[in-house]
Design a protein around this ligand. Structure first.
Ligand code: HEM
Length: 504
């Protein structure tokens, strides 16, 4: 999600400057008194990493900065994290947890816990939202390829520098705008997708959730009900919901009027699908406010993850320029230099493979399979997991790559393209195909329902860039810049500059 923005924000945080000195003193005493609150994990028959350590804060800081290392050290142990104790497991246990239903082992609840969802409002499961993404969005994806491509073009023309010569581009900022507008074309339709205020609101909400949640975590759980009112981002979250509703209302009224007179069928976009789905399942709590909230949540799940995947891919392209020409050639071949269509995206197999290899090396997180046990769960190794425990599986296992995939540690952009050459494997190993060996979109029934949409969006944006620009790092950068960790999230180094030059 919005972790890269969050990290920048956190780094510039004058810690605790937003509360009065008197209150700070009270809080420091309370926190000192209570700091042992999550030292031990109660009710577990599982060892805790650093049980004997006198410095649990150092352990928590390690989780923030090197969760990838800690995940391995803490295999089959409980690890103390800033989010409370977590059980770290090797990936094989994802297979054991997979059969549990979402009300027994919940990915959403694990995510909500991580971002204090009860306070940040993201602890909100909705069958309307899941149905609209899983069924309606995925069924209708093909309808939007041309529209999204157009939106991307408009965005680049308006927000990208001319790049007549090599020009550094702030990818984090520019791509946020491109992905937000391209996604909004399907989420809220035209003309809302070009509404500056809407785009600002739908991208800022995620940042407020992330930053607000991180700041609130600095407070002891007992103090959080009060502390939330001191944290600007926490107050802003409530404002974001209201602003989303205010911005959406004129569009909803216009549609309601239109529906009375219109003789064509309903529109196709996420507003319409959510409304229809709520009607279909008889959700009485669904109203305009809920629709606005669900739009914010969908944008939060979609925009920052997709942007990060594109940035990682562009870093890999700049680090391995030998892939540029073959990728360009494939795009030319499948589109025949015409406008982009649904089947072209399926035919871009080299690009699909490159995206998957990029994600294999730079996954969104090193623990994309997380579940909160909602009931007591017993594992085959004898562990009794009490209800309420969050389990994180290490899904970033280059060493465990199947031998048939070739050199596990090499960057082989066309690895999956070649694997798909066998007729029986032609539909396997795609970017949007999760498997036990490829858990970047999660695993099982609750794997990311937006992955097909993300795959299309990324292909549309990358093929736009590849067909129009040359790309390289600034000369001082040697090789692929190392990613860095914020908790389990794998971030592309935002200090690195990528240069673009328009093709002649
Ligand atoms: C490259 C982009 C993306 C990545 C890497 C990504 C990754 C993930 C991961 C790892 C999960 C957890 C799956 C699990 O626990 O098994 C997830 C869940 C989810 N994602 Fe994505 N995602 C992306 C894009 C999107 C988009 C575009 C949407 C919406 C259109 C979306 C909506 C969701 C939702 C709603 C869930 C929760 C599913 C549930 O609770 O059943 N994601 N995503």
């Amino acid at each position: 999600m919005a972790v890269s923005g969050l990290l920048e924000d956190m780094q510039s945080l004058p810690m605790l400057a937003w509360i009065s000195p008197a209150l700070t003193a009270v809080v420091v005493v309370l926190v000192a008194l209570l700091s042992g609150y999550n030292r031990t994990a109660k009710g577990f028959n599982v060892p805790t990493l650093g049980e004997d350590s006198t410095d649990s804060n150092a352990l928590k800081m390690r989780y923030v900065q090197e969760a990838d290392v800690l995940l391995r050290e803490g295999y089959e142990k409980v690890v103390l994290t800033p989010d409370g104790p977590r059980l770290f497991l090797p990936r094989k246990y994802a297979n054991e947890l997979k059969p549990f239903k979402r009300h027994e082992a919940s990915g959403m609840k694990a995510l909500a816990d991580r971002h204090l969802g009860h306070y940040t409002t993201i602890d909100h499961e909705s069958d309307v939202m899941l149905g609209a993404i899983k069924i309606d969005l995925n069924r209708n994806l093909g309808l939007f390829v041309g529209d999204v491509d157009r939106e991307v073009k408009i965005c680049f023309e308006q927000h990208f520098p001319p790049c007549e010569d090599w020009t550094p581009v702030d990818l984090h900022e520019t791509l946020l705008r491109v992905v937000a507008q391209a996604s909004a074309r399907i989420f809220v339709g035209y003309p809302m997708c070009r509404n500056e205020e809407w785009l600002d609101c739908s991208t800022k909400f995620a940042l407020d959730v992330m930053t607000g949640g991180e700041k609130l975590k600095l407070w002891h759980p007992w103090l959080r009900p009060i502390a939330q009112y001191w944290i600007p981002e926490m107050r802003q979250i409530r404002g974001d919901h209201q602003r989303a509703l205010d911005l959406l209302m004129p569009e909803l009224k216009k549609r309601a009027t239109e529906a009375k007179t219109r003789d064509t069928g309903p529109r196709q976009d996420m507003i319409e699908w959510m409304q229809q789905r709520a009607q279909k399942i008889g959700d009485k709590s669904f109203d305009c406010r809920e629709l606005a909230n669900l739009q914010m949540l969908t944008a939060t799940a979609a925009i920052h993850t997709t942007r990060l995947a594109i940035i990682h891919a562009l870093y890999d392209i700049a680090a391995h320029p030998e892939y540029i020409e073959p990728l360009r050639e494939e795009i030319r071949e499948v589109t025949n230099n015409g406008s982009l269509q649904k089947q072209h995206l399926t035919q871009m197999k080299k690009l699909d493979s490159f995206m998957k290899e990029s994600q294999r090396h730079s996954p969104p997180s090193v623990a994309t399979y997380q579940r909160k046990a909602m009931i007591p769960i017993k594992l085959s190794n004898g562990f009794q997991i009490p209800a309420g425990t969050v389990v994180q599986c290490n899904t970033n296992i280059l060493d465990e790559t199947p031998s048939a995939w070739g050199d596990a540690h090499a960057f082989d952009g066309f690895r999956f393209y070649h694997l798909r050459e066998k007729p029986e494997d032609a539909n396997k190993f795609q970017f949007a195909s999760p498997s036990y060996d490829s858990m970047q979109f999660g695993f099982g029934n609750d794997a990311c329902p937006g992955r097909f949409f993300a795959s299309n969006q990324i292909k549309i944006i990358l093929s736009y860039i590849l067909s129009r620009y040359d790309i390289k790092f600034e000369d001082s950068v040697k090789g692929r810049p190392k990613n860095f960790m914020f908790e389990v999230n794998v971030l592309a180094d935002p200090t690195v500059k990528v240069l673009f030059r328009k093709l002649g």
